[in-house]
Design a protein around this ligand. Structure first.
Ligand code: DGT
Ligand code: CA
Ligand code: CA
Ligand code: ZN
Length: 574
């Protein structure tokens, strides 16, 4: 039982309760707990088994939830979830996977139209009944139709951090069994895509049949799909598929290259091999029947006259040409980061004080962080008005005065209002060390209006960066329809940075837009959008995103030591 598995059960309880009209506070408690657990840095299973930590010390976990976690860890299931599920038709929960359909809408469809499954929904749509329901416009109808089509052909993709939890656990388990020499998770996971379809693990071993046996009896396996002496496929609880392949050491590099992909990268590479009279496959690079390379990836690329390429770049977006000309970027690394520039505290919707956030950041060897609680417009999170914000800044000044070698930047996540104005007056913004402006409201405005709001914010003298610039939520909400070329050009001209938000649910800017923004001359900041001290490790995902966009340390302002960072901010340069 990994943390995401526990979180999923709590999310399901929240969905089921909401469909069944339970008390909203109870629904919220399960939802918040799910989020806390999903992002909790240590495996709860280990904590429960060790019995050394009181689970109620985790923010948002009370006695009742602690007991339920223990129940899940020890029995593998949650009776409450099973009870609630029995009260509803089985197909109803599948409807929640359709984009745009949350528990509230599913409840309406069920109550008013007796829709119990995806098939029922399709019929109701065709009969024109759905558009008559309150809150279901023509746009929504279109989305549901598209979603119904997709739900049938594509399986759900898992967020990178959840897949990482699963991957890390299964790799540790395989290694602990002995007999594994080399092991690597290839595929989209190694390319660090923001979502993962399935995990592709490669091993070399003297006893591959035993490794396959051990794999099939892993505790989190729900179903063994297939199993042989050198290959096996399983499905874990929660549905993630894992393929395991054992290969001979002489072919390990070739297999790693092939199964890392992407498919489009492999197609291009194979063509280059053919042009040079080679044959390339997962067993090696061959001249006739002779294998000329295969032990390492570098051997294969180099034999083809190419530099070795970091997996994050292997998307057939021009990396092969750069590798041939020895012009690949020197991608930024996690150890380049000197600070984190978006995080929330218990003053708004975070779970930790600024002191606790700073302490956690120090442990990561950062020199600085920005505390960016929400501004007043975001009432849902108890956003800060000028009075409360100034009080927080005063407390930060006092903390900084006593701290050695670490600085908290006085900051705010400033809302760009629906009318394009900023949520706080200039005299307040002038007192900040750093301001990141974001959009949370008016997401359905026309492209022109959204673009205008972002461009105006980018040009404002006290806005240093635009945060989560597209507003996308991975797998849940598409970027809002703004002209990101216009926004990028405005940022480059004004000296406003664009944020790469590494929160696994955001991953925003998306990689292709970030790569384009770099071409327009934009500079970037990386952040985690942490809501608890344990989230600061999300920086890894911001770095993944930056690497996929081809960014180097010099493209990113918070790779600089504090003084240099502050010199580069817009507010210092005018
Ligand atoms: P995913 O699992 O959907 O997140 O994405 P990948 O990239 O992990 O794709 P997957 O698991 O289907 O296959 C793993 C790698 O194997 C893929 O990145 C490239 C390689 N591969 C799979 N099928 C083909 C193929 O038909 N041709 C070539 N050249 N490579 C393939
Ligand atoms: Ca895969
Ligand atoms: Ca696969
Ligand atoms: Zn935000």
């Amino acid at each position: 039982m990994q943390n995401p598995d526990i979180a999923r059960l709590f999310d399901e309880v929240a969905d089921l309760l909401e469909i069944q009209d339970a008390n909203p506070f109870r629904v919220r408690a399960y939802r918040n707990a799910a989020r806390t657990i999903r992002d909790f840095p240590e495996p709860l299973t280990d904590l429960v088994r060790a019995g050394t930590k009181d689970l109620t010390e985790i923010p948002g976990i009370g006695d009742d939830l602690a007991e339920k976690i223990t129940e899940i860890v020890t029995s593998g299931a949650l009776p409450l979830q099973q009870q609630l599920a029995r009260k509803l038709p089985a197909g109803l929960l599948d409807l929640l996977r359709i984009p745009g359909l949350g528990p509230k809408r599913v409840k309406l469809l069920y109550k008013k139209l007796k829709v119990k499954s995806a098939a029922d929904l399709a019929k109701a749509l065709d009969a024109g009944k759905v558009q008559k329901l309150k809150g279901f416009g023509p746009k929504m109808e279109e989305k549901m139709r598209a979603g119904l089509g997709q739900a049938q052909v594509t399986e759900r993709r898992m967020l990178l951090n959840e897949a990482e939890t699963q991957a890390t656990a299964v790799v540790a388990y395989l290694q602990a069994g002995g007999g594994v020499r080399q092991i690597e998770v290839a595929g989209s996971y190694r390319r660090r895509r923001e979502t993962i379809g399935d995990l592709d693990i490669l091993v070399t071993s003297d006893s591959s049949a035993q490794v396959m046996d051990r794999f099939a009896t892993y505790g989190d396996v729900a179903d063994v799909v297939s199993k042989g002496d050198t290959r096996a496929t399983v499905k874990l609880r929660g549905g993630l598929q894992v393929d395991l392949r054992a290969v001979e050491p002489a072919a390990y590099g070739a297999a790693l290259q092939y199964f890392t992909g992407s498919k489009a990268h492999n197609v291009e590479l194979r063509k280059i091999a053919q042009e040079q009279g080679y044959k390339l496959n997962e067993y090696g690079l061959f001249k006739g029947t002779r294998r000329v390379a295969g032990k390492t990836e570098a051997e294969i690329y180099n034999t083809l006259g190419l530099d070795w390429m970091p997996p994050e770049l292997r998307e057939a977006r021009g990396e092969i040409a750069l590798a041939r000309e020895h012009r690949l970027p020197r991608l930024v690394e996690l150890t380049d980061m000197r600070g984190d520039l978006q995080m929330h505290t218990s003053a708004t919707d975070g779970k930790g004080t600024f002191e606790e956030m700073a302490q956690a950041a120090r442990a990561l060897d950062y020199q600085y962080i920005a505390i960016t609680d929400h501004s007043q417009r975001v009432t849902m999170t108890h956003g800060l008005d000028p009075r409360r914000l100034r009080a927080q800044w005063k407390a930060i000044d006092a903390w900084n005065a006593a701290a050695r070698g670490f600085t908290i930047l006085k900051s705010v996540e400033l809302d760009i209002l629906e009318n394009g104005k900023l949520d706080l007056p200039d005299d307040v913004l002038a007192e900040a060390d750093y301001v990141v402006a974001t959009i949370h409201y008016g997401l359905t405005q026309a492209e022109q209006q959204l673009t205008r709001r972002l461009v105006d914010a980018a040009e404002h003298p006290f806005v240093d960066a635009i945060g989560h610039p597209t507003g996308r939520l991975v797998g849940k909400r598409e970027p809002y329809p703004a002209d990101f070329e216009a926004v990028s050009r405005a940022c480059a001209a004004a000296g406003c940075a664009l944020e790469l938000n590494g929160h696994p649910e955001r991953m925003d800017l998306p990689d292709t837009l970030a790569a384009a923004a770099k071409q327009w001359g934009v500079r970037f900041v990386l952040s985690t959008d942490s809501h608890q001290p344990g989230n600061l490790t999300f920086m890894r995902y911001a770095v993944d995103l930056a690497r996929r966009a081809g960014l180097e340390a010099r493209d990113i302002l918070n790779t600089r030591p504090l003084a240099a960072f502050q010199r580069e901010l817009k507010r210092a340069r005018q």
